[in-house]
Design a protein around this ligand. Structure first.
Ligand code: HEC
Length: 711
């Protein structure tokens, strides 16, 4: 494909001149017109702005701003806040800031432009994602952010559209369907724009999809190239950039009728770009289904891998697979940071990643060669890595199709998930939230591809119904903020956070690291030793990463609050000691030195009364209900019918005492406008009724446990 490459040309010019062209920044939404490749590459010349998902193409999330620093951070106070509303709690966005305007995204893929100094709303774009799309994705209707390029704002929507908006007005300029949500594809990740192409992936590895990324012309929305990350049906041509490499390298690692299950390898999170090497890096997800015995024997390239591609054409350059034949849903989608590290006296251009599998990887990003890798948390699936970075798998964590439960560490939520990390070149440390959360896998005996519900080839077995046993499990769930030295591959410091599944991170030249946590605290730590220097109680769990920016000489720190995501939905209540997320009010909070606005008060606690009807069903019906509940409902309403505080707790549902209402909700789709679709295609009336009986039995158990800590 031959095209003029303005960004690359101006880059050449820049190198010759030694500085960036002077772009006159007009404050306000018009300033977004100046955002292009040169401006993002030279982001450090505009330290007050946050131009792309990871601030720079290297995804370091380190800000050169230092007005707020380790000596004065105690004076940080609220400048303004904005109530996100919108009917869902999970907020994962990295806001971008250009010309004093903040562009953030929210649950259901809304985009909001605010005055970054005052919080005044400039515009809201609502893509009206069909509510039924909720049930076609794994982990809540979250969105992680937009990309900006030449006056336009790009967002991927949960139902699989990529939309270009005018930065000035929020009006849509073009829209393409890049993925089909009715087939299990969703978009939660932020796009990246490289050399005039908007690049976007998709999720769906739990739903039997085949992963790919696509590049579109930023101006017109015309498709430029597509790269499939796993092979499709033999003999059926994709006519895609991936055709040759899939046939040559990937297909020989798959066997059987793998294409029936999609294969997975979805690119659902961040990407990175090196303009000097001209390489685009993408991380790919787990295999679909998780259960490798069902999916296909073999390494199954390119699942759970890092790929380096040419951004102009999508041409393959190299790959590194972290977990061949991944059966644990480990993914390699987690953030990749590009940096130059002095390794044993040689400066190496590296790519760093702390993916869900629990190992911190350092690769040579020109060649994909493995340089080093060490566990950053407890792992039991591998005994170590070979000199080429291949895992030496342990038999302990393997499972098959016999239904025998196997405990693996980390679990499916990962030792570290999508929550962004940050690299401070001055301390040389990478800061990221680490969770210890084992998971019990039980390979399903029978696997049928369902139209609704997860297709992992695993049974989600319920936790024990004995509160003492659950208390024991609770003790093993921990979370911490870790400062990792990528040269020595050791933690420089760790701060315990009280619960797993905490927020993303930003570090600054003020020698500070900011992070929000599951308990609802937003904190500043000293970058060198992890001392907590400042904190504020927000009354809502935080998973989103903070950013920092400057308007009119004043530095601000911003973070979205609102707890959610895979772990929170399914097991959040296991992790939290208090019922903190009963409030869970989504907001954007912005702090500055001397900020004097009062924090919004915590919402009144809902008074829920547990008043279930008596148990009348027999053990067999309850057992059937438990199996179906775990399989179809637990991913949203929580394991063992205990909600993680994100979606309704069914033990308290009015419909529990009203079988007719239950039927109308579960089979009739009565609450579809809220995202609760009908399960009539998957569950017979008898099964739906059995689920109700199971929840009644769980509610009665909980009621009986009031004296101890209930579960
Ligand atoms: C993809 C997520 C998702 C899944 C899976 C899901 N639900 Fe829901 N459910 C919701 C949402 C969202 C609501 C709230 C809807 C509203 O408020 O309008 C809800 C509400 C409900 C309610 C009403 C609760 C109340 O307090 O009034 C019932 C009952 C219910 N769901 C049952 C089930 C059952 C049974 C299953 C499994 C067969 C299930 N749900 C699976 C998302 C889900």
């Amino acid at each position: 494909m031959s095209r003029i490459r303005p960004a690359a040309m101006s880059l050449g010019l820049l190198l010759a001149l030694g500085h960036a062209p002077a772009v006159v920044a007009i404050p306000g939404p018009g300033a977004a017109a100046a955002v292009d490749g040169a401006r993002i590459i030279h982001a450090d010349q505009h330290p007050g702005e946050w131009l792309t998902y990871g601030r720079t193409y290297s995804e370091q999330r380190f800000s050169p701003l230092a007005q707020i620093n380790d000596r004065n951070v105690g004076r940080l106070g609220l400048a303004w806040y904005y109530d996100i509303g919108g009917g869902r709690r999970v907020q994962e966005s990295t806001p971008l800031v250009v010309g004093g305007v903040m562009y953030l995204t929210t649950a259901w893929s809304r985009v909001i432009a605010l005055d970054a100094a005052t919080g005044k709303q400039l515009w809201v774009f609502h893509p009206h994602v069909p509510r039924s799309a909720d049930a076609h994705g794994c982990c809540g209707v979250a969105n992680r952010g937009v990309a900006i390029w030449r006056g336009r704002v790009y967002v991927g929507t949960y139902d699989g559209r990529l939309i270009a908006l005018s930065a000035k007005t929020g009006k849509p300029l073009w829209s393409v369907r890049t993925a089909d949500y009715t087939k299990g594809y969703t978009i939660t990740g932020a796009p990246i724009v490289v050399q005039g192409r908007v690049i976007i992936g998709n999720g769906g590895g739990e739903f039997g999809t085949r992963g790919y990324i696509t590049a579109y012309d930023a101006r017109t929305g015309r498709e430029d190239w597509r790269f499939y990350t796993v092979p499709g049906k033999p003999g059926v041509a994709d006519h895609a950039a991936s055709d040759r490499v899939l046939d040559r390298i990937a297909r020989p690692t798959w066997h059987g009728r793998y294409w029936k299950f999609g294969g997975g390898g979805n690119v659902w999170d961040s990407m990175a770009y090196d303009p000097k090497l001209d390489l685009l890096y993408v991380g790919t997800g787990n295999g679909a289904p998780w259960n490798g015995t069902v999916r296909s024997p073999g390494a199954n390239l390119f699942i759970t891998s890092i790929l380096a591609l040419r951004p102009q054409t999508g041409e393959y350059v190299w790959h590194f697979q972290e977990v061949p034949d991944d059966i644990w849903d480990y993914d390699a989608d987690q953030q990749m940071i590009l940096a130059d590290l002095n390794l044993h006296g040689t400066v190496r251009r590296v790519l760093m990643q702390a993916p869900k599998d629990g190992i911190f990887y350092v690769l040579d990003r020109a060649t994909g060669r493995f340089l080093s890798g060490k566990p950053y948390t407890q792992i039991n699936w591998a005994r170590g890595l070979t000199s080429r970075g291949k895992p030496i798998e342990s038999r302990k964590a393997l499972y098959d199709v016999t239904g025998k439960p196997t405990l693996a560490m980390p679990g499916a939520a990962g030792g570290h998930n999508w929550q962004p990390m940050s690299y401070d070149p001055a301390t040389g440390l990478v800061y990221f939230p680490v969770s210890a959360m084992a998971f019990t896998y039980a390979g399903a005996r029978r696997v049928t591809m369902r139209k609704l519900g997860w297709n992992t080839g695993d049974d989600f077995i319920a936790l024990p119904e004995n509160p003492q046993a659950v208390a024991q499990i609770r003790k093993t769930l921990t979370g911490s903020l870790v400062a990792w030295n990528p040269v020595t591959q050791r933690a420089a410091w760790r701060v315990a956070l009280g619960a797993p599944w905490n927020g993303g991170v930003v570090s600054t030249a003020g020698d500070l690291v900011f992070e929000g946590d599951a308990m609802g605290r937003f904190c500043a730590y000293r970058a060198t030793d992890g001392k907590r220097l400042w904190s504020v109680e927000t009354h809502t769990g935080i998973v989103a990463p903070p950013i920092t920016y400057e308007v009119d000489g004043q530095q601000y720190v911003a973070v979205e609050i609102g707890w959610g995501g895979a772990f929170a939905l399914a097991a959040g209540q296991l992790a939290l000691d208090s019922q903190i997320n009963e409030g869970n009010v989504p907001r954007m909070l912005v702090f500055t030195l001397g900020g004097a606005k009062a924090m919004p008060p915590p919402p009144p606690r809902p008074h829920l009364t547990l008043d279930p009807p008596p148990i009348t069903a027999g053990a067999a019906t309850i057992a059937l209900g438990e199996a179906r509940y775990q399989s179809f409902c637990s991913v949203c309403h929580g394991d063992s019918a205990v909600s993680g505080g994100v979606l309704p707790d069914l033990r308290y549902a009015p419909a529990l005492a009203n079988p007719g209402l239950w039927r109308r909700i579960v089979s009739g789709g009565l609450l579809r406008s809220g995202g609760m679709v009908s399960f009539a295609t998957e569950l017979s009336p008898r099964e739906s009724g059995a689920i109700r009986e199971y929840v009644i039995s769980r509610a009665n158990q909980t009621k009986g446990q009031r004296a101890t800590r209930p579960y």
